[in-house]
Design a protein around this ligand. Structure first.
Ligand code: V47
Ligand code: SF4
Length: 370
């Protein structure tokens, strides 16, 4: 495709590079972040998006289980965690978790996403037990569970290596890992926002181990707080390198920092321009991670719809008002969408909705084109 008119020399160089399918360098990614030509970024990211997925945009039927919000850590951006005994804390028993799963029998959900606080007492045994109970009730459902931050502590508590812990969970029915806990890998920022939890090397090692055991995973980046562009590029470069090694990442999810009820509130939130730019740069730089997700409960429905023209190909799912992490931080209060609403959102932006399973296999044929 010919470049659009009136590009600067630098924009033209980047256009040609993307058209030729060459990976962008970290310097290229910084140049793109510093660009104020949003239309150019959208067009360029859409070239890559359409090469990978055409006009298809994915969604899934999912629900969340957050077993506890009791957490040993105090991440500055977190609105969700509570200390033991503090008002607003919860700790579900395995029986309560079974009752949550029971609600979804016969509903067509294909995925349960399980994440929570890092509980001071629970080890691998508790988590393997809840996976087994869920799989007994919903045998077809894909279990995407536990961030590397949770896994590090649960393995240590049960005196298991990452490999042993992940194998025990896999045997219990774990199918993939979600991408949380990555935040910003660069120590300059990590030290200020989540100093004591798993660091970059540990997060990456747990995902590497999972990939080698045949457990795919997602990756995230929490952006729009105190980090600078070069911290984001450093983060993306580490993920791209691990993906070159293992090929185990399915999807990348930029998570916009939301400011309500946490210790970083004074920093405020970035604009939608920044969100769209970030999606575009992530799509362009992470050429080897197949999917880019706009997680609508965090970014909002309108921004998620717009993001499809900035490299995004997945909006996540129906959710059914089962997650509190974002509502407690300023996201949608009761996040839930029907499949018809998700499809209308996608069609409204000129894309073709496709229900997917957790491995991005179509659950039914695409409906009439947009
Ligand atoms: O690691 C916490 C983020 C993550 C805030 O894999 C916040 O499909 C913004 O990992 N503002 C957990 N973000 C959620 C997560 C996730 C979400 C959606 C899809 C997938 C997936 C994974 O939530 C944490 C942290 O980065 N988070 N507080 C906040 N105030
Ligand atoms: Fe705990 Fe996760 Fe919140 Fe950090 S982000 S305080 S690890 S629940």
């Amino acid at each position: 495709m010919k470049p659009p008119p009136n590009l600067t020399l630098e924009e033209k160089r980047l256009w040609d590079k993307v058209e030729a399918g060459q990976p962008l360098t970290e310097a290229d990614a910084l140049t793109l972040y510093e660009s104020s030509n949003l239309a150019f970024l959208g067009l360029l990211a859409s070239r890559v998006r359409e090469r990978l997925h055409g006009k298809v945009a994915y969604y899934n039927r999912n629900f969340h289980i957050e077993p506890t919000n009791i957490c040993i850590y105090e991440c500055a951006f977190c609105s969700f965690a509570r200390k033991p005994g503090e008002p607003g804390g919860w700790e579900y028993t395995p029986e309560e978790i079974e009752a949550l799963a029971q609600r979804y029998v016969g509903t067509g959900v294909t995925e349960v996403h399980i994440v929570g606080g890092v509980h001071p007492k629970r080890g691998i045994e508790y988590y393997a037990d809840i996976i087994r109970r869920i799989k007994r009730i919903l045998p077809q459902v894909h279990v995407k569970a536990f961030t590397a931050v949770e896994l590090k502590v649960m393995c240590a508590r049960s005196r298991l290596s990452y490999r042993e812990g992940l194998l025990a969970l896999k045997e219990a029915g774990l199918d993939s890992l979600p991408g949380g806990g990555a935040e910003i890998f660069h120590p300059e920022i990590r030290q200020q926002i989540c100093a004591t939890k798993a660091n970059a090397e540990e997060w990456l090692e747990i995902h590497r181990t999972a990939h080698l055991l045949g457990i795919p995973s997602n990756a995230t980046m929490l952006y729009g707080h105190i980090e600078r562009y070069f911290h984001r590029v450093h983060h993306l470069a580490l993920l791209r390198r691990l993906q070159e090694e293992t090929g185990g990442f399915l999807c990348f999810i930029p998570l916009k920092y939301r400011k309500e009820n946490n210790a970083l509130s004074h920093v405020g939130e970035v604009s939608i321009i920044e969100d769209l730019k970030n999606y575009a740069v992530c799509r362009l730089f992470l050429h080897n991670i197949p999917h880019l997700k706009a997680y609508w409960p965090m970014i909002g429905r309108a921004a998620a719809q717009l993001s499809l023209a900035f490299g995004v190909d997945d909006l996540d799912g129906t959710i059914d008002d089962t997650t509190r992490i974002y509502s407690m931080a300023g996201g949608e209060a009761h996040p839930a969408m029907t499949t018809a609403e998700l499809e209308a959102l996608i069609r409204g932006a000129g894309y073709i909705p496709q229900e997917r399973d957790s491995l991005y296999r179509p659950v039914k044929q695409p409906l009439a084109s947009a």
